[in-house]
Design a protein around this ligand. Sequence first.
Ligand code: C2E
Ligand code: MG
Ligand code: MG
Ligand code: MG
Length: 291
Amino acid sequence: RVKERGRGNFSFYQPQMSTGLLSRMKLEHAMRQALDKGHMAVYFQPQVHIQSQRIVAAEALLRWTDPDLGVVSPAVFIPLAEESGYVVALDAWVLEQSLKEAAHWLAQGTPVKVSVNVSALEFRQPDFVERLVQVLHASGLPPQWLELELTESILLQDVQEMSMRVHQIAELGVGLVIDDFGTGYSNLSYLKKLPISKIKIDQSFVRGLPHEAEDKAIVGAIISMGQALGLETVAEGVETQQQCTSIAQMRGDYYQGYLCSPAVPAPQFRERLLQQSAQPGHWSLPADGVP
Ligand code: C2E
Ligand code: MG
Ligand code: MG
Ligand code: MG
């Protein structure tokens, strides 16, 4: 079974990988132990407000470093975790860690939002919203500082149940973000029905900027649509200044990518926020302290 992921990565099921280093079972066994053994960590990648060039959010990205296997990419182990159901445990752990970390950013006087990926299986758990409320409460983080990243496909199955869930989450004050936008389905009607706050333009469209006319047309169209619908846009995978400038000209709101930084360990990201706060002309927060 070949399953295409965004960014041109493939899951573990490619036929040509079957003779690879590891069996699926060995990998899955190692993955299930990695959390308890302390081999998993949540890294944070800055999201930059393009107009001000300030870091205003960070995406939580799971990292697994196995003593024998080395660094295993989430593009490999997340699909495996999704198939085995283990992703529910992983996502719950990442959410908890992310909320704690964001509470720390707030406490150190450098508040930014944290954006957490939620897989379809986790989002569909009947008790997802209930657990979200509990873990938010336990962290002490005001819900306005949390965003959840969903893929379009999540919203297109069990439409009624999922839309109810999305509304419940939005009512909590948690932001809802569509990840990898443009790679999913073409039925966009959910965008006018659901309280979505942001869309993340998939990096496959950003890569060709500013030269590829097709990519430019697609990114420009997504940004215009976002503006018309009151949705903020985040360009993913921005690696060069030229890509950033191109997105700025098209009036995209935010970018994420190696141009600013890859995902880094929590202590490094805290330090980055402290450095930013030492620079002039920043943190223009309203008096209530929420964005
Ligand atoms: P995603 O949510 O679309 O995350 C963006 C991916 O793009 C990340 O890959 C990030 O490291 C990478 N990236 C960021 N900037 C650049 C850039 O400038 N150039 C390039 N080439 N890549 C860039 P990563 O960390 O390998 O994660 C891959 C995917 O795995 C994520 O895609 C997400 O779908 C999934 N994932 C990661 N962590 C979690 C998690 O905690 N839970 C769930 N359910 N999925 C996760
Ligand atoms: Mg994401
Ligand atoms: Mg993405
Ligand atoms: Mg993704």
